[in-house]
Design a protein around this ligand. Structure first.
Ligand SMILES: Cc1cc2nc3c(=O)[nH]c(=O)nc-3n(C[C@H](O)[C@H](O)[C@H](O)COP(=O)(O)O)c2cc1C
Length: 198
């Protein structure tokens, strides 16, 4: 269908894909044009009903510190017993990677397209971000951690009532190829229907 596209290389990258832990990501991160290409790839996901059930917020540069400060305050409010080291850890969370992209799932609960499908589309957007970042030569990790589920963080980041975080995609550079992770093989989870064909 696309005879000029170097598909085998892209497939190899997908077959070998591994996340790199956010704490192991370093500079440089994607440039502004590369971030724009990432978002262009993210909005290419299947989207039943053309609802665009997602939006994106980039967190980079000093903003990582500002959002980290907010996270730290929120952690302190939730855990008054927290020690300074924990607060410092929260304050530095977004600095683990040069670029973080928050993916927000935007649901239309009363729409004829089921919310399940709208949610799946946001997950697909996350994966498009990761795969495209990999193809750009960057490493990435999809994290939710505690703050994706926290009302205070959602409100500070201006999420609306039918919005929630699908995740935060941490993107940066990494020289080390991560070790392979135990995984099921495709054949472990594949059957053919009907299973007991005559
Ligand atoms: C929706 C979602 C949320 C995730 N949140 C976390 C998280 O909060 N912390 C974590 O360590 N891994 C989290 N992961 C797993 C990592 O993204 C990653 O898959 C894991 O480090 C394994 O690496 P792999 O992608 O190479 O298999 C999450 C994955 C998904 C799909």
């Amino acid at each position: 269908m696309y005879p000029d596209c170097p598909i085998p290389e892209a497939i190899t990258r997908i077959l070998e894909r591994r996340s790199v832990k956010a704490m192991d990501l370093s500079e440089p991160g994607p440039s502004q044009p590369e971030i724009e290409a990432l978002i262009a790839a993210a909005v290419r996901v299947p989207d039943h009903g053309k609802l665009a059930p997602w939006r994106f917020i980039t967190i980079q540069g000093d903003a990582r510190h500002h959002l980290g400060t907010l996270l730290s305050s929120r952690w302190q409010a939730l855990h008054p017993e927290a020690i300074q080291a924990q607060l410092n850890f929260e304050a530095a969370r977004f600095k683990r990677a040069p670029v973080v992209i928050a993916v927000i799932s935007r649901l239309k609960p009363d729409h004829k397209i089921p919310v399940w499908e709208q949610t799946l589309s946001a997950g697909a957007a996350c994966q498009n971000l990761i795969l495209t970042a990999n193809l750009q030569g960057y490493a990435a990790q999809w994290l939710t951690e505690w703050y994706s589920y926290d009302e205070g963080v959602a409100s500070a980041m201006a999420l609306q009532p039918d919005e929630r975080f699908a995740g935060f995609i941490y993107i940066g550079s990494s020289d080390e190829k991560p070790a392979e992770r135990d995984r099921v093989s495709g054949t472990d989870v594949l059957t053919q229907w009907p299973e007991h064909a005559p």
